[in-house]
Design a protein around this ligand. Structure first.
Ligand code: AHR
Length: 494
């Protein structure tokens, strides 16, 4: 198959916020305990309790922002239980995720220290479900106060002299569900109330993020924006990609799936474009200046529980299919860079569409990790529109574009082009013309592909799916690339 693309380097668009490459780390399964935090006394090599292999891998990924502590966990989290001497912290029950013990060893200090360690901005998610406005206000003060208030002194007593920078604070999580089963009308008022007390010194004020809609709940967005847009800096939505998306209880497996579930998963991933378009249209009505950012602060694949694993831990294998979902989804966010200012993939380690999997002292990078690493040049790049008519890839009743394209001018001044071939059976010859191309250098590239649609990395075969060098030809303002079936290529014009 073949496709022709024109990249409009002469019509630059919005900046693609690096925060679109954000991640989400929740107290869920082995996401925090074991995945990030092993404690200072662990035999697993660590720095102040954080496992070194994971920290090193995340540093290489240039993670811009991490959302913590949940998720549904945040809706029951009481921050005071996670400060002070670790051996004195209360042990709680993680009611959402497996009913396991939550030792509170990883609390505010550990999270903010971790974010600093990997060079990411922290995004703290406040408890509007079972917490109070006072508790939320106190948490923000504890983190940011630079005076002699009792909370600032308590922070110092617990080992942190200077306040942390707190760029992002979420008010509520999924308040339509695990965060309180509220109605939009009720939550709009409660949000207005609770956010009033989120205060911080002038030079350290976090952006306030209002918990928003689930998937296509446009009524929620209408009510929230109509009632509270002036009191929020960002509005969040959540969307999870599933192969059998009409059935939540029968989503399909993470590996060993048929081609019909490859295409249905990619089809569902592309639904993100409709969601973002429609939520953005409502936001445009109430916020035409686009002051309020749309944060997709939970997204990623969600499959059936893996046999032999605790269902509440949401552990799933991550395959070439997940890398394609990531590429298509990130390309959607690029196209909506004027409104989508943050996205947080769920989740960082060992949970859902994870970047990294660990097992005791072993660690493996997933295809999604590699995809994110290949896309680093798009962080804070300038979006360049791409005009193309893609051929179709069909299977059964479904058809998706066989080719997807995203381009940007990076902070390095170079043009970067992501090309996706969703068809698992046919290669694609893509001819890309760059209108307004500058520079006459060559083109370098990398490709992510594998022999099977469910190819994945294991502790025994950690490099089954990894990026390889890719050759494309440049002739003047045209680049010709022969993509293998089921592949993602990122090109850089030198
Ligand atoms: O990411 C897992 C869960 O999905 C989160 O805790 C919740 O917010 C969402 O429903």
């Amino acid at each position: 198959m073949s496709a022709s693309v024109t990249i409009r380097a002469d019509q630059p668009g919005a900046t693609i916020s690096r925060n679109i490459y954000g991640q989400f780390a929740e107290h869920l399964g082995a996401g925090i305990y074991e995945g990030i935090w092993v404690g200072e006394d662990s035999k697993i090599p660590n720095t102040r309790g954080y496992r070194n292999d994971v920290v090193d891998a995340l540093k290489k990924l240039k993670v811009p922002v991490v959302r913590w502590p949940g998720g549904c966990f945040a809706d029951e989290y009481h921050w005071r239980e996670g400060i002070g001497p670790r051996e004195q912290r209360p042990i709680k029950v993680n009611t959402h995720w497996g009913g396991v013990e939550e030792p509170n060893s990883f609390g505010t200090h550990e999270f903010l220290d971790f974010a600093e360690l990997i060079g990411a901005d922290p995004y703290v998610s406040g408890n509007a479900g079972s917490g109070t406005a006072q508790e939320m206000a106190d948490w923000v003060e504890y983190i940011t106060a630079d005076n002699n208030s009792s909370l600032a002194q308590l922070r110092r007593k617990n080992g942190r002299e200077k306040p942390w920078k707190l760029p992002f604070f979420g008010v509520g999580n999924e308040t339509w569900g695990c965060g309180g089963n509220m109605r939009a009308e009720y939550w709009a008022d409660l949000y207005r109330h609770m956010q009033t007390f989120v205060k911080a010194p002038r030079d350290n004020r976090p952006l306030k993020i209002a918990s928003g809609a689930n998937e296509a709940d446009y009524h929620w967005t209408e009510v929230m924006l109509a009632q509270a847009s002036k009191l929020m800096d960002a509005y969040s939505i959540h969307f999870y990609t599933r192969p059998r998306h009409e059935k939540w209880m029968d989503k399909g497996p993470g590996i060993g799936f048929p081609e019909s579930e490859w295409i249905s998963t990619l089809d569902h991933a592309l639904y993100m474009d409709e969601l973002v378009t429609k939520h953005s249209a409502i936001m445009d009505k109430h916020d035409p200046e686009k002051r309020v950012g749309l944060f997709v602060d939970e997204w990623g694949t969600w499959y059936d529980p893996t046999a032999g694993r605790e269902p509440g831990f949401l552990w799933q294998q991550n395959t070439l299919r997940d890398a394609h979902v990531a590429a298509l989804t990130l390309n959607v966010f690029h196209r909506h860079a004027d409104r989508v200012k943050m996205a947080n993939i769920a989740q960082m380690v060992n949970v859902l569409q994870a970047m990294i999997l660990t097992d005791k002292e072993k660690m493996v990078l997933t295809p999604t990790y590699h995809l994110f690493e290949m896309y680093i040049p798009f962080q804070d790049a300038t979006f360049l529109p791409a005009e193309f008519k893609a051929p179709e890839y069909r299977k059964g009743d479904l058809a998706v574009p066989a080719v997807d394209v995203s381009a940007a001018r990076g902070k390095d001044g170079k043009i970067h082009i992501a090309l996706v071939n969703t068809d698992p059976n046919r290669g694609a010859t893509i001819t890309t013309k760059i209108a307004g191309a500058t520079g006459k250098g060559g083109v370098t590239g990398r490709v992510l592909t594998a022999a099977t649609i469910d190819a994945h990395n294991t502790f025994d075969k950690p490099n089954a799916v990894q990026p390889a060098a890719f050759k494309a030809q440049r002739k003047g303002d045209e680049v010709i690339a022969n993509l293998p079936a089921k592949s993602v290529v990122v090109l850089t014009l030198e």
